[in-house]
Design a protein around this ligand. Structure first.
Ligand code: DHE
Length: 520
């Protein structure tokens, strides 16, 4: 038989390997990616590579990462090993849903749990001199780390690696000793702040939105997009309930947009993305019986069943509500659907809509804050697609003022001791670099801060006493990424604390006391 020259060259190793043919994508994945990202793309040392987990990448970015790697991570560059067509094939493969939808059940959650330290053997007091109630927890997404900052000296006291892509605010135990983080890949980490050490981790889902900690510190609730579940863990991160999320007939399942702790009600409240219901899950063990016919509960085969206790109670709503703001007593919630324009107020006792909201654009209710204004309590929310802050009377639910800003914004903050509320315009290309300061009495923007033109400046948090404001200069450390500290009264810059893309920062005292000026 006559062997063709190209084959001879290939056999002799002189010709580069031919690009894989279509259909070989799975084999390519298994060869090059599976070791770190898991055989079923659920993640391992690297993140999960499923469409839900990749949705936040810009078009073409996955291919770029495969080719060039990711600096400061273990992701190597494959451009030298793979042809451009193979990289493209891999990109298509990881964006395609798997043939069988991945499952993540109680046994998977239990098996994933890692115990780093035995809390009972750790000292029950802070191992540092800083005021444990005036610490800041700073989430740095540049190299996926967390810094603990002394809020009096405004200096970092510790830095440690986090799971990949934390999202949502970290949540604290009521005594301030522990903080819980949720990663978009479903990992929940419990960290002992006093001893500066991780305690335990568990993977509660494959694609997770956020976590909430009960006011009694006994439970952690986790909202998942994948699978469609709401997971209740105990404070050791052992699963107590894995609630499949579906409508009352069990026909339509739903992603969970977010879960919140409604502390005064001793319950978790969950926003559902695909079912027109709001769920409330009581963690009060003496929760009274639910009136027959009013509430529909899951019946659990496992363990003792206490009506209402750790079981969802449904409130039917007239739209898909996926972003919530709660009044300070948590009896009413404002819900907005991501379609924009409309919202509803739901009373959690009456379990029904009590008011309609006319909300222009797409308000980001989750970032809303409240304050007293001329004898009433108002809430203010930034808007994700319009340059305005809506100020709403929480008694009448009427919009009192639409404060124009430079562009669409994401976050808002204030403090009981400050006359100002701060917001960003980070969703605007031209004005993402400018923080705007609103006078809470005049209801107008009175100052604009633009310390580094062209660089995103967003997400502020006050010190415990409200004297200083810490804002994120959303850049890698080498490019000047930092927390910029402002005097909350004079609005002058006080100092910069270098950080690696500091996404969010959270003051322990403000969070634990549920300050009216911060997200809960
Ligand atoms: Fe968030 C909180 C939803 C994109 C950074 N974000 C939240 C919360 C919700 C939410 C429901 C409140 C939960 C909590 O704190 O426990 N976020 C969403 C979205 O639906 C959206 C628009 C799209 C998505 O892909 O999830 C979104 N969020 C982002 C980002 O792109 C941000 C800017 C950067 C990132 O790292 O993901 C981002 N979200 C944050 C931060 C918080 C947050 C920093 C905590 C705010 C706080 O101060 O408490």
């Amino acid at each position: 038989m006559r062997i063709k020259p190209a084959v001879l060259l290939l056999l002799s190793g002189l010709l580069p390997a031919l690009p894989a043919l279509a259909g070989d994508s799975a084999a390519l994945y298994q060869k090059h990616c599976a070791a770190c990202h898991g055989g079923e793309r659920l993640g391992g040392t690297g993140p999960a590579l499923l469409p839900e987990n990749l949705g936040r990448l810009r078009p073409g970015e996955a291919a770029r990462v495969i080719a060039d790697g990711r600096p400061a991570t273990q992701m190597p560059a494959f451009a030298g090993q793979l042809a451009a067509t193979e990289i493209e094939q891999l990109q298509k493969y990881i964006y395609a849903p798997p043939a069988v939808s991945p499952r993540w059940e109680r046994a998977d959650i239990e098996a994933s749990r890692i115990e780093h330290a035995d809390v009972r053997k750790l000292p029950h007091q802070p191992s540092f001199a800083a005021d444990p109630m005036n610490l800041f927890v700073v989430v740095e997404s540049g190299d996926h780390h967390v810094s603990i900052l002394d809020g009096d000296k405004l200096e970092p006291i510790h830095r440690f690696p986090s799971r990949f892509a934390l999202h949502g605010g970290p949540k604290f135990s009521p005594d301030g000793r522990f903080v819980y983080f949720a990663s978009r890949d479903g990992w929940i980490t419990k960290y002992d702040i006093w001893n500066l050490t991780p305690v335990a981790e568990v993977r509660a889902g494959i694609n997770t939105r956020n976590a909430a900690v009960s006011a009694d510190g006994k439970y952690v609730a986790v909202a998942n997009y994948l699978p469609h579940s709401l997971v209740i863990l105990d404070s050791d991160l052992k699963p107590v309930r894995v609630l499949p999320v579906a409508d009352i007939d069990g026909k339509k399942t739903s992603r969970v947009s977010a879960v919140y702790d409604a502390a005064p009600r001793q319950s978790f409240v969950a926003a559902l993305k695909d079912v027109e219901e709001v769920w409330e899950i009581s963690y009060n063990p003496t929760h009274p019986d639910i009136p027959a016919g009013m509430i529909h509960d899951f019946q659990y085969k496992e363990g003792a069943f206490i009506p209402g206790f750790l079981n969802p109670q449904r409130t039917k709503v007239e739209d898909y509500l996926d972003d919530f703001f709660f009044t300070q007593d948590y009896n009413d919630l404002m819900g907005a659907s991501r379609q924009g324009g409309r919202g509803q107020v739901i009373n959690l006792d009456a379990r029904r809509k009590v008011a309609e909201l006319q909300l222009p654009g797409m308000p980001h209710l989750g970032s809303g804050i409240t304050w007293a204004w001329q004898g009433r309590t108002v809430m203010a929310t930034p808007n994700l697609n319009e340059g305005l802050v809506s100020v709403i009377d929480t008694a009448t639910w009427q919009t009192l003022r639409s404060i124009p800003t430079l562009g669409p914004g994401f976050f808002m903050r204030s403090h009981e001791n400050s006359r100002y509320a701060w917001t960003d315009s980070m969703m605007s290309r031209e004005h993402k670099d400018t923080l705007q300061v609103i006078d809470k009495e005049k209801l107008e923007v009175v100052a604009r801060l633009r310390p580094v033109p062209g660089k995103t400046l967003a997400h502020v948090e006050f010190t415990r006493d409200g004297r200083y404001v810490l804002a994120s200069l959303w850049e890698r450390k080498a490019a000047g990424g930092a927390l910029i500290v402002y005097d909350a009264q004079t609005l002058q810059e006080v100092k910069r604390i270098p950080m690696d893309k500091p996404v969010g920062k959270y003051n322990l005292h403000n969070k634990i006391t549920r300050s009216e000026g911060t997200s809960h």
